[in-house]
Design a protein around this ligand. Structure first.
Ligand SMILES: CC(C)(COP(=O)(O)OP(=O)(O)OC[C@H]1O[C@@H](n2cnc3c(N)ncnc32)[C@H](O)[C@@H]1OP(=O)(O)O)[C@@H](O)C(=O)NCCC(=O)NCCS
Length: 148
């Protein structure tokens, strides 16, 4: 996203629609949060956008932490999204691998995420290890991925 700042509004809209709108969070808060991430010049946090023919079609964030029940774990993979029409082509896998490889380059030993239990197979087949079940208010599954 540092190299594609013109996608900021489209990515913020996807994150808001997928993860925040139904909770009543104002769009401006997500847009401002993404702008703040994109302004960071190096290291964590960072935002990834998947682009095909110049059009954004997916995104992921690497942020400090996304789970108040596990504040000691950092950094965190969040807001993974691929547009419905583009699913099943490996775009999410590529976003996860890119996030992992950038974190490894930054000297990060391990990356964390939480997801609903239905995505268990999706993550475990991509190198993520289940650390704990029913974590936090939303009873999510906690995963880690060791970076090497
Ligand atoms: C989950 C998501 C990111 C996958 O994106 P994608 O680009 O289609 O993923 P990939 O192409 O890399 O991988 C597709 C594989 O994931 C599997 N998969 C996708 N969604 C799944 C789900 N809800 N449950 C189980 N497996 C799932 C597919 O069956 C497919 O398996 P295959 O490779 O064996 O055929 C996408 O469906 C999405 O944006 N969902 C809504 C947002 C979401 O749930 N994000 C994760 C938050 S933790």
């Amino acid at each position: 996203m540092r190299e594609r700042p013109h996608h900021a509004a489209a990515v913020a809209e996807r994150i808001w629609n997928a993860f925040w709108r139904h909770k009543g969070t104002p769009f401006a808060r997500i847009r401002d949060g993404l702008d703040a991430i994109v302004k960071v010049e190096d290291g964590v946090p960072f935002a990834l956008v998947a682009e095909i023919d110049g059009q954004p079609c997916g995104n992921a964030l690497v942020i400090g932490n996304d789970e108040p029940a596990k504040p000691e774990l950092t950094p965190w993979l969040a807001a993974l999204w691929v547009d419905e029409a583009m699913r099943g082509k490996g775009i999410a896998g590529a976003l996860l691998d890119t996030a992992a490889s950038r974190c490894h380059t930054l000297g990060v030993p391990r990356l964390y995420l939480t997801s609903r239990p239905a995505l268990r197979g999706f993550y475990t087949e991509r190198g993520w290890r289940i650390e704990e079940e029913t974590v936090g208010k939303a009873a999510l599954t906690l995963y880690s991925r060791t970076l090497q």
